[in-house]
Design a protein around this ligand. Structure first.
Ligand code: SF4
Ligand code: SF4
Length: 357
């Protein structure tokens, strides 16, 4: 990384300019923090030691880089933390808790209904940095979003973008929690912002609503129990104790965010990439389960859903079909996959058929 140019420039003014540039790129807020994560490191270590990360080995990997940003990007002085709203109104049957009344339809977490945010956010962070370079000349930077060696929520909390809610996600007082985070690690010595105050108070709605009791207590998440983990990150068989609790959630879960009172302040995204794809929202489980492998890859092109692959997609759908109200159509669609080539899928299909006996 290079030493920043323009050492005499007013870094406060530069921060204001970066904020304007970030807004032009669709970011809804931006704050600056330093690289000291010494308070967060023991909490992460304890969480990992308890096994709460499940088989997400990548969280523990490169631990040193995570807790010491300089080990990831040598010479980094500041981290610019940014957020981008993804909230969108969706199919009425899937909106809020209405999806409980549509158990024959597949529920997909809101963040995954548009274009893959990794590409969108990374591209726009890069543009922010390049536009700053066009003003001040070359400076050292690297951009990240949802990247394993970056403690995103901790950095965002330190920067004042919001506070960590009891469900462990970041909440912003004016925007709720339906947003993505991104970071620019930089050697620019920008002035620091202060952390935000916490406003969960005595509320425990997210803890109470969690279908699998994954939020063990305030700020304590056992990812192995979380439906987002089970349907997205987890590669193997879904433990039987959770299958009924998944309901019709086939990719992620939004319950703890839906009930959070701060989300009444959420704003609809201005980024067209996050527009809801009709083919993914409010579609029947039978229809989604009937997709061939090539159809799956066609309909999920550019979507984060692709990341789980066709086999896990069928696994999740088989679970949801096992939980759906019995109908000849559902039985028929499960029967058609009884001899599917993947043992993982066959086992979930057999379980689902048993649920309809
Ligand atoms: S996403 Fe769902 S399963 Fe995971 S903690 Fe939130 S409510 Fe619980
Ligand atoms: S639901 Fe309540 S306790 Fe949970 S994150 Fe929101 S405000 Fe905090």
């Amino acid at each position: 990384m290079t030493i920043p140019v323009a050492p005499n420039s007013d870094l406060g003014q530069l921060t204001s300019k970066i904020r304007i540039i970030a807004r032009e790129q669709g970011f809804d807020d931006m704050r600056v923090t330093d690289c000291d994560l010494s308070e967060s490191a023991p909490r992460l270590q304890e969480w990992l030691d308890k096994g709460y990360a499940g088989d997400m080995d990548y969280i523990g990997n490169r631990f040193e880089m995570k807790i010491d940003p300089d080990k990831l990007v040598s010479g980094v002085k500041r981290i610019i933390s940014l957020r981008m709203n993804y909230f969108q109104f969706r199919n009425e049957s899937m909106d809020g808790f209405n999806f409980i009344n549509a158990p024959d339809k597949g529920f997909i977490s809101s963040y995954a209904l548009g274009r893959d945010y990794h590409k969108v956010i990374r591209g726009r962070l890069e543009k922010v940095a390049q536009n700053v370079q066009s003003i001040i000349g070359a400076f050292g930077y690297r951009v990240f979003t949802d990247s394993a060696p970056v403690m995103e929520v901790e950095l965002a909390t330190k920067s004042g973008l919001g506070w960590r809610g009891k469900h462990t996600l970041l909440i912003n007082k004016n925007a709720g929690s339906w947003f993505f985070l991104g970071e620019i690690y930089t050697d620019l010595d920008l002035p620091l912002d202060s952390p935000a105050s916490e406003h969960c108070g005595t509320c425990s709605r997210c803890i109470d609503i969690c279908p699998t009791k994954a939020i063990l207590g305030p700020y304590k998440l056992d990812a192995r129990r979380c439906i987002s983990y089970l349907t997205i990150e987890h590669r193997g068989s879904i433990p039987k104790e959770f299958r009924k609790l998944l309901g019709n959630r086939i990719y992620g879960c939004d319950d703890c965010q839906v009930v959070c009172p701060w989300n009444k302040y959420a704003s609809v995204t201005t980024v067209p990439d996050f527009n809801v794809r009709e083919s993914l929202d409010g579609e029947t489980l039978v229809k989604l389960f009937s997709w061939s492998e090539s159809e799956f890859y066609r309909y999920t092109e550019g979507s984060p859903i692709r990341r789980i692959g066709y086999e896990r997609w069928l696994r999740n759908l088989a679970c949801a079909l096992g939980n759906a109200p019995t109908s000849p159509e559902i039985i028929r669609s499960l029967e058609l996959r009884k001899s599917y080539e993947s043992e993982l899928v066959r086992e979930h299909v057999a379980w689902a058929l048993d649920e309809h006996l």
